[in-house]
Design a protein around this ligand. Structure first.
Ligand code: NDP
Length: 604
């Protein structure tokens, strides 16, 4: 099959050929079990999720005190909520996290080569406020983790924080108008407000490979890197892998970052791939403060807004970030409702043409960089660009030109067939290895209050999940729900989303702090009326774009519930993050009291 040229629209025949190829490639990978094909890192596999960064959890007395705000989760969501609350003068803020420190994703993920592929000057929050100016266009994970710590220190969040502690229940006590918070360390304390910032990609998952439990070599998940075994650091130098045969399973955004590092240090590296990532140009480089105008007040907020506008398809006079995210926004924006608002008569065809051009570039790059034709062919992705999260690397593809790297494609066997005591079997061939690294991602939606992992009991003993099972999720702006006073939820549900999620979290943190401040000023509780929730659900439902046509044809992954299409119902505000933030700003100025009820009313 010939590839259409990038600068000319595909002919009808080329379009038909590509569609057929995409269908065939999807069928090779769809598994009947869908998301059920994975195993949780729990029970006999619980050691995969254990915290490798804390040797001994220090004993402490259970707490029985009262705080102003309890924040569940010490990643950027919780840190930003804490910082914004401190900025409003809230005194006693307690962040609780399962990890041994602040950082969330960046606490857990410390694998070699870890970076954020969103530009550091827009990804790292509160740069204006902390004065930190990153050195690299794409920040290493350790710098991001330290920035999380920097913010927590600057805003005094360590004082009351609880680490290596999981919140086990939240229950509203009507008599005191407080939340009762219990934890797995025996704490039972009270909080006037609770903010949940529990993230989405938090629980590492394993493939349900038959015989996985029989493997006798060393094994771990990328989000719990075992430097005790490999030696080295996120910068590499894994002397423990010298002469070792290493398998890595998974070639998503994590695999793409870690594989070049393993290739450098392992005796031999076997890369077990099921679906190739679309690996775009990265362009890592050092930048000076002058490059980003860091001498002007407000420079970081301006750059972050500029990125959000472009990534949301709103356009901007100037592209300050100018990387593959912003360049491909022209493609991704065609999936946004604003594209249809603009009256494009045949948006699917327009999207498809743009998509083919982008994916052909990605495929041509593989052919140009990988010398062995069979390996290059196996590394070419055959699906639409937005079916999976794009990856960015200038080191990944050349790693496959090394003599000590073997790509083992597992698409025809729907992944690894089984594991033995000695290694990994694909296509009847046993690959004996000393170590298996699982770069197999995370279970989506299994942690926090939306999963049942953390039961939330509101007024009258109503369980949040039970209420949602009966009526669907009901919120005002995604933050608050009737019957659950002073509970503020951070996340994408009926809220906004963007690839630069720390920006979304910061806007949410500002909003959460404003709600708390308004309630304190009015001696009220934060709680929307059922009518306000209904109105918001209508807003979300009416403008919801129909992405079913897109995801139904996509190769399986966590974006489409492993090939089953999108979950039903409105999940996020449909008109994009820029519009949502504008809406929230004016709502805070004019209508914030609508989200409050007097304590007396609530009690009645
Ligand atoms: P993913 O879920 O994206 O990837 C998991 C990988 O494991 C896929 O390649 C998958 O193949 C493969 N896999 C699963 N089961 C099997 C099996 N049985 N046999 C062989 N292969 C298998 O996880 P990641 O950790 O890579 O990324 C998760 C998310 O984390 C990203 O989407 C991104 O949002 C975020 N991230 C962000 C980064 C950043 O720089 N900002 C960096 C890294 C991650 P298949 O595709 O066929 O399912």
């Amino acid at each position: 099959m010939t590839l259409p040229q990038c600068d000319t629209p595909p002919t009808p025949q080329e379009t038909a050929d590509l569609r057929e190829r995409y269908r065939v490639e999807r069928e090779r990978r769809v598994r009947p079990e869908g998301p059920g094909q994975y195993r949780a890192t729990a029970a006999e596999f619980g050691y995969f999720a254990a915290d490798p960064y804390v040797d001994d959890v220090a004993e402490r007395e259970p707490l029985r005190d009262v705080v102003d705000v309890a924040i569940v989760g010490g990643g950027f969501g919780g840190i930003l909520a804490g910082a914004r609350l401190r900025g409003q003068g809230v005194a006693k803020v307690r962040v609780i996290d399962k990890g041994g420190d602040f950082g969330g994703t960046w606490y857990w993920n410390r694998y070699p080569g870890i970076h954020c592929d969103i530009e550091s000057y827009v990804y790292l929050p509160l740069l204006d406020e902390t004065g930190h100016v990153p050195e690299w266009k794409y920040a290493p994970g350790e710098e991001i983790r330290r920035h999380a710590v920097r913010i927590a220190e600057q805003f005094g969040l360590y004082e009351d924080a609880l680490f290596s502690t999981a919140v086990t229940s939240l229950a509203w006590d009507e008599s005191t108008q407080q939340w009762v918070v219990t934890t797995d360390r025996g704490d039972t304390f009270r909080a006037t407000y609770v903010i949940t910032a529990t993230g989405t990609l938090t629980e590492p998952k394993l493939p349900g490979i038959p015989g996985i439990e029989n493997y006798r070599g060393h094994t771990f998940h990328t989000s719990r890197w075992d430097y005790g075994y490999t030696g080295g650091s996120p910068e590499g130098g894994m002397t423990g892998l010298a002469g070792k045969r290493v398998a890595v399973v998974g070639t998503g955004a994590t695999g793409v970052q870690v594989i070049p590092m393993l290739a450098e240090d392992a005796g031999h590296l076997y890369v077990f791939q099921r679906t190739p990532s679309a690996v775009d140009v990265r362009g890592q480089r050092r930048m000076t403060p002058q490059d980003v105008g860091a001498d002007r007040p407000g420079w970081a907020a301006e750059r972050r807004d500029n990125f959000l506008r472009i990534a949301s398809g709103e356009g901007a006079e100037q592209d300050l970030v100018a990387d593959r995210w912003t360049e491909s926004a022209g493609l991704l924006e065609k999936l946004l409702p604003s594209f249809r608002r603009d009256g494009e008569p045949d948006f699917e065809a327009a999207y498809e043409a743009a998509d083919h051009a982008t994916m052909n570039q990605v495929r041509e790059r593989v052919a140009a960089e990988v010398t062995d034709p069979a390996t290059a062919s196996a590394l070419q992705p055959w699906y639409r660009y937005a079916c999976k999260r794009p990856a960015f690397s200038d080191k990944y593809l050349p790693a496959f030109n090394r003599d000590n790297v073997t790509l083992v494609d597992t698409a025809d066997t729907h992944g690894i067939e089984h594991m033995t005591e000695r290694g990994v079997v694909v296509g009847g061939v046993e690959y004996e290895v000393d170590c298996v690294v699982f770069a197999t991602g995370f279970s989506v939606g299994v942690s926090g209050i939306t999963s049942g992992e953390l039961p939330v009991t509101g007024r009258g003993g109503v369980q949040l999940l039970h209420a949602r099972a009966q009526q669907g999720p009901r919120t005002l702006h995604g933050f608050t729900s009737n019957g659950f006073p002073n509970l503020i939820q951070m996340g994408s549900l009926q809220n906004a989303s963007s690839v630069n999620f720390t920006h979304i979290l910061d806007e949410q943190a500002v909003h959460a702090a404003a709600l708390v401040t308004a309630a304190e000023e009015k001696n009220a509780v934060v709680e929307p009326t059922p009518d306000a929730e209904s109105a918001w659900i209508d807003v979300c439902a009416k403008g919801a774009p129909d992405h079913e046509w897109f995801h139904a044809d996509c190769t399986p992954g966590y974006y489409n519930r492993e090939g089953r299409g999108r979950p039903n119902g409105p999940t996020a505000y449909p008109h994009g993050a820029v519009a949502f933030h504008d809406l929230l700003r004016s709502w805070r100025e004019e209508k914030i009291t609508e989200a409050l009820q007097s304590k007396a009313t609530a009690l009645a």
